[in-house]
Design a protein around this ligand. Structure first.
Ligand SMILES: [Zn+2]
Length: 410
């Protein structure tokens, strides 16, 4: 059993959000969070004590619910500013990006995100090239095998190749690694495949993930089969009409626990439908900015009580997978919202909310939860409780002082 001492514990447990001069007592799971000094003195005599240090702050390890590690090589050669120009550059450079990918490179990216405080990765895998790294990663992993395929005539062949990848990832299932399903998007997957993947995901009782209404061009294509997607799709995929409207696509997901990623161009009715489904939204503000997709309204989600999860997306549409960095960007981009409250909600989105959506018993420092814990030191004492989440986001260093996953120091 261990006792981590910290000047401030941000628990993400709404019944007890903050403990000062506190202790987290844990082995694999958290035994107790306490600020009772007599109890702490007692725990210190019978457990291994870890000092957080002066002005230390401890919180649950962060959860990045949506990233693509197969794009770890993407650097300066991609086009930014417009979604379709970016997509064309990804397709054009695909060979080089994928060819240059090595296990060592993915391992190094994973290690970097871990040092930055991310203890769980929701990885969208298009090819399975990242499986070996993620199956043996130190982090907790939800491995989303992504289905993509616009040729309905080849649906059987596409689906059986997908099932093979899924079965391969299932072999690595453990208390830290779970496999799941992702559907690429409404514009790139034929409805017959979408339905099959949803039915399979339901039978596995796992979270499902899909990109949805990322760009204005996608919205226009799904609505009217026109706009900037049209010439591109005709040329690249030999498609001259969309498979379905955005609303039809959503109707496939009824009663399916789904993460809809982006939704930057979803309208009120579509958000209502996501609420109805019981869906969550992965919000990747830096990626949306770089690809010219606009900014998701967090206010609209809050009004509907749709949970959102801030995530980085892949390095093909970001410059870093550091989740604290992504939270800082979100703080500055959603400039109309109350700052301390926004900071609290953002931090909750990558801890407690993300854990719930991914079916993980983590994301919260409370008795019985998995001991996924990070800590670092603030440069000086933060006295105002209401500003603690903001200070944590602003001051988090690139390397944490302490990182525990399942109670194990990593
Ligand atoms: Zn993505």
């Amino acid at each position: 059993m261990n006792t981590l001492l910290a000047d401030v514990i941000l628990t993400m447990d709404p019944s007890r959000p903050i403990a000062r001069n506190g202790a987290i007592v844990f082995d694999e799971n958290i035994e107790e969070i306490t600020d009772d000094q007599a109890a702490i003195a007692e725990w210190k005599t019978k457990t291994t004590v870890i000092e957080g240090g002066k002005n230390s702050i401890a919180l649950p390890g962060l959860i990045n619910a949506h990233t693509h590690l197969e794009f770890s090589l993407a650097a300066a050669e991609l086009n930014y500013g417009s979604f379709i120009a970016w997509l064309a550059s990804v397709i054009e450079k695909r060979e080089t990006l994928v060819k240059g990918l090595t296990k060592e490179l993915i391992d190094a990216v994973l290690e970097d995100t871990l040092r930055g405080g991310t203890t769980t990765i929701g990885a969208i895998s298009s090819y399975g090239f990242d499986l070996e790294s993620l199956a043996f990663a130190k982090q907790r992993v939800v491995y989303f095998n992504e289905l993509i395929g616009s040729n309905a005539g080849a649906a059987d062949r596409i689906f059986s190749a997908f099932l093979e990848r899924l079965a391969k990832s299932d072999e690595y299932r453990s208390d830290r690694f779970q496999s799941a399903i992702a559907i690429h998007s409404p514009y790139s997957v034929a409805p017959t495949l979408v339905r099959k993947a949803i039915a399979l995901s339901q039978s596995r009782n796992a979270p499902l993930s899909t990109h949805f209404l990322e760009s204005k061009g996608e919205r226009k294509w799904l609505e009217s089969g026109s706009g900037e997607f049209k010439p591109f799709f005709e040329r690249v995929f030999k498609l001259n009409a969309p498979f379905c409207s955005a609303k039809e696509f959503l109707s496939f997901f009824a009663d399916t626990k789904t993460i809809f990623t982006h939704c930057a161009n979803a309208d009120d009715e579509e958000l209502d439908a996501i609420k109805e489904i019981g869906g969550a939204i992965a919000h990747c503000p830096v990626s949306n900015r770089l690809l010219g997709c606009g900014l998701l309204s967090l206010e609209k989600l809050k009004n509907r009580e749709i949970p959102y999860l801030v995530a980085t997306d892949g390095l093909s549409s970001n410059y870093s997978l550091n989740l604290f960095g992504e939270l800082r960007s979100a703080l500055f981009m959603h400039e109309g919202l109350d700052l301390p409250l926004l900071a609290r909600d953002l931090l909750r989105s990558v801890t407690d909310s993300a854990a719930k959506v991914l079916n993980l018993n983590a994301g919260r420092l409370a008795s019985g939860y998995a001991a996924d814990i990070i800590s670092f030191r603030l440069p000086s004492e933060a006295r105002d409780d209401a500003l603690l989440p903001l200070q944590a986001i602003l001051r988090a260093p690139s390397a944490m002082d302490n990182i525990f996953i399942n109670g194990e120091r990593v």
